[in-house]
Write a protein that binds this ligand. Structure first.
Ligand code: NAD
Length: 286
């Protein structure tokens, strides 16, 4: 698919990432078909997009008159048939292989053959997802960061089967969203989580071994290494359960025991201390 023929983009899943991805495409002038399984999830996603556009207006990044225009580019659908007109698709459904498999099969059967499907998975092999479709050469990874409207990076992940044309179109498309696309080959954790998660894991070991408190570890990394957030603050933001799951992916995929999840991280998850979303992780969120 040529980049200039992409006018309508379907986003599958209106959750944390899906509504952010729909937001940035609509902001960049694309028509967006946002698909989720129930109307209430779509309602919540659209409400978040509205709030995030208001935030951009407050910061002077978007004119007030533009908000209605951006929202007008979004169409919410529950029926999979609604995505048929899409010229490009980004999948952002939950991180479960069975769900991805079902969604990809449905999309594959409905979309025109030339349409590229991109997955936003953080940890499933792009090569194995591509193999689930009848268009493996037109399958690619587009790994956006959370919160999508704010974070500039998109890792564009080349599955083993991804064609050069698919890869180049996707790199350019990410650029048209005002993002910084970075080319990465398919490998467990890509670059972002391959580097970040062991950092978070090591920070957790420092707390577990009594080397320093969580506050101290975060302060060292913020003030000594110029990180805008400490690793444990960031872990709380991501979700400690997600961190443990990604460490498992690294350990299984790379086979090196250095990737084993820190027992303290696992203990916090067992206690339901998942980070910001549960009110408590390494830090407490009243
Ligand atoms: N949350 C993050 O920080 C983050 C960052 C990068 C990548 N990711 C990846 O993005 C993907 C989505 O994660 P999320 O955090 O947005 O999840 P989420 O749970 O917030 O949202 C997933 C949405 O998909 C919907 N859904 C379920 N089945 C569907 C179907 N058949 N069709 C359409 N929608 C369906 C759910 O109702 C939900 O609204 C995952 O692959 C995750 O690994 C997440």
């Amino acid at each position: 698919m040529l980049i200039d023929s992409i006018k309508t983009v379907a986003v599958l899943g209106a959750g944390t990432m899906g509504n952010g991805i729909a937001h940035v495409f609509a902001r960049a002038g694309y028509k967006v078909i946002l698909r989720d399984v129930e109307q209430r999830f779509l309602g919540r996603g659209l409400e978040t997009i509205g709030k995030n556009l208001d935030r951009e207006i407050k910061k002077g990044k978007l004119a007030e008159t533009e908000k209605g225009i951006v929202l007008g580019r979004l169409q919410a659908v529950t029926e999979i048939g609604g995505i048929a007109p899409a010229d490009f698709v980004v999948e952002a459904v939950p991180e479960k292989v069975e769900i991805k498999r079902a969604v990809l099969a449905e999309a594959d059967s409905i979309l025109r053959p030339e349409v590229i499907i991109a997955s936003n998975t953080s940890s499933i092999s792009m090569t194995s997802l591509a193999a689930l479709t009848d268009r493996p050469d037109r399958f690619v990874g587009m790994h956006f960061m959370n919160p999508v409207p704010v974070m500039v990076l998109v890792e564009v992940i080349r599955a083993l089967q991804t064609s050069d044309a698919t890869f180049e179109t996707t790199m350019k498309l990410a650029g048209r969203l005002g993002k910084k696309p970075v080319a990465v080959n398919d490998a467990p954790g890509f670059v972002s989580n391959r580097v970040l998660m062991p950092l978070i894991n090591e920070a957790a070991y420092c707390v577990m071994e009594g080397v320093a408190t969580a506050e101290a570890v975060d302060t060292v990394m913020k003030t000594g290494m110029n990180h805008p957030m400490g690793p444990l603050e960031l872990a709380d933001f991501i979700g400690l359960d997600v961190c443990v799951d990604i460490m498992l992916v690294l350990q299984e995929g790379l086979g090196d025991p250095k990737y084993r999840a820190c027992p303290l991280l696992k203990k916090y998850v067992a206690a339901g201390w998942l980070g910001r979303k549960s009110g408590r992780g390494f830090h407490i969120y009243p």
